[in-house]
Design a protein around this ligand. Structure first.
Ligand code: HEC
Ligand code: HEC
Length: 174
């Protein structure tokens, strides 16, 4: 087969298709270590009162909208705010959600792993979380200093700045 423009075109189409495939697979270890940390003042303040301010890119928009509607019963706590604040925080979370146009590749993977009919309220309940953490033994999650999968900062020492790189992980021994 001689090299012609036509089969060059086929070659490029194949490369492009495999690029797309790599981009959506989970196993390629692509260097996208980070989520944008919360950059909205009210969200950073109010949503970090009881735990770290989770990056908006951890959940799709529909998850945030539902969570913000049900803040008076937020994982058993009353986390409600004024209507103005609730609206502003909701807007920020939705605009930066895992399925928003601003989402980075890592967030898009979270979103594409969630069935359209699901509205998870926990990133730690999503298929992508399980995929990333499938090598953490069950007993480790029960250690006193970890206690909850939602306690990202117990292991990800720079989680509050949106950074979850492998070299920054330190798993508490007890
Ligand atoms: C009054 C305390 C309180 C406030 C304020 C609060 N939360 Fe929470 N939140 C909790 C508790 C308790 C949990 C469950 C933690 C656990 O399971 O370890 C939780 C869990 C979460 C989770 C699930 C994390 C995961 O992946 O498992 C998300 C997301 C979340 N909160 C977002 C928010 C947002 C957004 C705000 C601000 C609008 C907020 N929280 C304000 C108490 C609070
Ligand atoms: C028990 C400690 C622990 C907790 C708690 C934990 N993680 Fe992890 N996380 C790990 C380990 C271990 C890995 C796997 C590192 C590897 O093998 O690449 C990981 C991997 C990740 C990665 C991929 C890092 C990379 O660049 O490869 C992300 C993103 C991540 N975790 C986010 C979170 C978030 C968000 C939370 C909280 C909702 C959380 N993790 C809670 C231990 C933990």
């Amino acid at each position: 087969m001689g090299l012609t423009w036509k089969n060059l075109g086929v070659l490029f189409a194949t490369l492009a298709a495999s690029g797309v495939w790599l981009g959506t697979s989970w196993g390629d270890g692509a260097p996208v270590p980070t989520f944008s940390p919360v950059s909205h003042k009210a969200t950073a303040m109010e949503c970090a009162a009881c735990h770290m301010a989770y990056p908006a890119g951890l959940l799709p928009a529909r998850s945030w909208t539902r969570m913000m509607r049900e803040l008076d019963n937020h994982f058993g706590e009353d986390a409600s705010f004024s209507p103005e604040e609730t609206l502003a925080i909701t807007r920020y979370l939705v605009e930066n959600a895992a399925d928003s146009p601003r989402a980075n590749e890592r967030s898009r993977r979270i979103a594409s792993g969630i069935a359209p009919a699901d509205t998870p309220q926990r990133f730690s309940d999503t298929p992508y979380f399980r995929y990333l953490h499938d090598e953490v033994p069950a007993a480790v999650w029960k250690r006193a200093k970890i206690a909850s999968r939602a306690n990202c900062i117990a292991c990800h020492t720079r989680a509050e700045s949106g950074s979850f790189a492998e070299r920054e992980i330190k798993i508490p021994k007890e």
